[in-house]
Design a binder for this molecule. Structure first.
Ligand SMILES: *[C@@H]1O[C@H](CO)[C@@H](O)[C@H](O)[C@H]1NC(C)=O
Ligand SMILES: *[C@@H]1O[C@H](CO)[C@@H](O)[C@H](O)[C@H]1NC(C)=O
Ligand SMILES: [Zn+2]
Length: 578
């Protein structure tokens, strides 16, 4: 009987006497802490429960000294922190699409559990960032935003309307004419204009909302290729997102999916030649991959579509890389073919190694783009595994860069209606079920959705999941309300920062503030107050930042000169023309 109540994978005990007792107690629905009540009422159960746990550290956690010394260590490391006011040479910007705080916490637990830990105490790489703030994500027209409006906020510094990319809120969704004159540029362009190398890495198609906003202006996020545009928009002079990938900013590294938007209609996909839906989409007959290659003549530029060729790309000798691993979005990490497609860790590493050759530094956007798509499908397993992979990519980013000179940001664009509920025991699978039944005498999963495709009510009852394995990759969690796809949700998202001027990313801020703070920190874009006196892109008199102690000293001197520079705006504007 007990095995009906407790997650069978974790709690294999069969204590019939105890379970009968528990079932009786379960009827006392009003008690808010039944789990604790049960434990204290049933010592036999408690003992068995503990011995069945994966807890490696239970005994140390019972000792108050464990918590005191851990907290003291944390306190000391916070006290030892020094303000890093350097000019950021590099910006490493990690964007978890749809990675709300619930997803973040749940992924942390999963990450630990995949290493056979209880999970809750796991320290993710993102957890180590010293600065944390919250961003308010609403768009100009909606309380709950989409990835296009939010990307325009955090990349271009301007809040806008749902579904539009790189244009202000004066533009209207889908109306080409309203786009003209309302374009806003992104920090990727500001960084390129300042002489840095720039790149995008995503797990979606590279024309998808988040990466697209770094290089395109479009009244609709859906204008992936010209075939996706209404004739009126084409007549009015708007162009598709894929074509803007080649046109607007000279991007050094482009990694993701989206081959089919680059080739003429009917072009067979090299990986899926028999699949009709994978074929080229373009009506204008252009082959943007070929065009891109011919634009790069005289440079070392590689286009690759599979892992063999990707692995062969030598970052030391490569100027440009375009890697498109799928006709559309990449596969979920849990379903990826490791022989054909690299992981987000591998793509992040390759991008950084190519970009960091530039002595003036780089801007790299790395998007964990499918956390969102998994949540839309109500598949918590996939969303969390995508997030864990994303955290490993962040770890790779930190490993390859120096905190003194690299501003690393981790944030989400918006959240999802996934909830983390019940009273699961410590160490219980994050993809498991509530140990205690609901009032309908059925268990429920720890993670559930407010809306989404997982809604099922038959004869007034929820599905009975007692014998269902909820930890499989295809399991769709229950949702309260039926929608074909889960929506986004509107609560604030976390912003984590590390490196030069990381302390700017604190407090509760509007999401469009992020672009301004990043640009200030790296001395790119219009606000030049944090720039060294002789900025690297104007006059090459100051030696560029090297490494070690001298680097800090050089930068401090620069900061001092920047102090009076800010009072002489006219001088700056003259200098920056050189
Ligand atoms: C976790 O435990 C399982 C089952 O005992 C084992 O197969 C797996 O290798 C372990 N994983 C780690 C990271 O230790
Ligand atoms: C990878 O792409 C190259 C270039 O198109 C091709 O020659 C090679 O066969 C591909 N490798 C695999 C494993 O498909
Ligand atoms: Zn979404």
């Amino acid at each position: 009987m007990l095995s009906l109540i407790y997650d069978p994978d974790l709690f294999t005990l069969k204590l019939d006497f105890c379970s009968i007792f528990l079932c009786a107690v379960l009827k006392l629905n009003h008690h808010p802490f039944r789990a604790h009540f049960l434990r204290s009422c049933c010592p036999l159960f408690l003992t068995s429960f503990q011995s069945s746990l994966l807890l490696l550290n239970a005994s140390s956690e019972e000792n108050p000294e464990f918590w005191r010394s851990q907290a003291q260590k944390t306190l000391q490391s916070v006290l030892d922190r020094k303000l890093n006011t350097n000019v950021a040479k590099n910006i490493l910007f990690f964007l978890g699409d749809g990675m709300g705080i619930t997803t973040y916490t749940a992924a942390r637990i999963l990450k630990g559990q995949l290493q056979n830990q209880t999970g809750e105490e796991t320290v993710m790489t993102m957890d180590t960032f010293p600065n944390v703030g919250l961003a308010k994500t609403y768009s100009v027209d909606f309380q709950i935003p989409d990835s296009a409006a939010t990307a325009t906020a955090y990349l271009c510094g301007v809040k806008t309307n749902l579904n539009v990319i790189g244009v202000s809120a004066a533009a209207r969704n889908g109306v080409c004419k309203s786009q003209k004159g309302n374009e806003v540029t992104s920090i990727l362009k500001w960084a390129k204009d300042a002489g840095k190398s720039v790149g995008i890495v995503t797990t979606t198609r590279v024309q998808h909302a988040t990466p697209a906003t770094s290089y395109a202006h479009s009244a609709s996020r859906k204008w992936y290729s010209d075939a996706d545009m209404p004739d009126a928009a084409k007549r009015d002079g708007c162009t598709d997102i894929a074509s803007q990938l080649l046109k607007n900013t000279d991007i050094d590294v482009i990694i993701g999916g989206g081959r089919k938007y680059m080739t003429p209609k009917g072009t067979k996909d090299p990986e899926y030649p028999r699949d009709y839906s994978s074929r080229g989409k373009r009506k204008d007959g252009r082959n943007l991959i070929n065009e891109w290659q011919s634009m790069k003549i005289g440079k070392v530029a590689h286009y690759v579509w599979n892992k063999t060729d990707f692995d062969a790309v030598d970052p030391e000798t490569t100027d440009y890389l375009m890697a498109l691993f799928e006709p559309g979005d990449l596969r979920f990490e849990a379903e990826r073919d490791p022989n054909m497609d690299p992981s987000i860790v591998e793509t992040t590493e390759k991008a950084i190694r190519i970009l960091q050759k530039n002595p003036k530094g780089f801007f790299l956007l790395v998007e964990g783009g499918r956390i969102d798509q998994a949540h839309h499908a109500g598949r918590a397993f996939m969303a969390l595994h995508e997030t864990v992979a994303f955290d490993y990519a962040i770890a790779k980013g930190l490993e390859l860069t120096k905190e003194q000179e690299t501003l690393t940001i981790v944030m989400a664009d918006h959240s999802h209606p996934v909830t983390f509920n019940g009273y699961p025991f410590r160490g219980q699978s994050i993809l498991g079920k509530s140990p205690l039944w609901a009032t309908d005498m059925l268990p429920y999963t720890t993670l559930m959705y407010g809306n989404g495709p997982g809604h099922k009510i038959t004869n007034g009852k929820r599905p009975d999941i007692r014998n269902v394995n909820t930890k499989t990759k295809d399991y769709v969690q229950l949702s309260a309300v039926p929608t074909e796809s889960a929506t986004h949700s509107g609560e604030d998202v976390a912003v984590l920062a590390r490196g030069p001027m990381g302390h700017l990313f604190q407090g509760v801020q509007e999401q469009n503030y992020i672009a301004h703070a990043m640009a200030y920190a790296a001395c790119v874009g219009a606000d030049q107050r944090h720039c060294p006196f002789f900025s690297a892109n104007t006059i090459d008199l100051t030696p560029l930042v090297t490494s070690g102690k001298s680097e800090v000293r050089v930068i401090e001197e620069r900061n001092t000169s920047a102090g009076w520079m800010c009072q002489c705006g006219f001088l700056q504007s003259i200098l920056s023309r050189f």
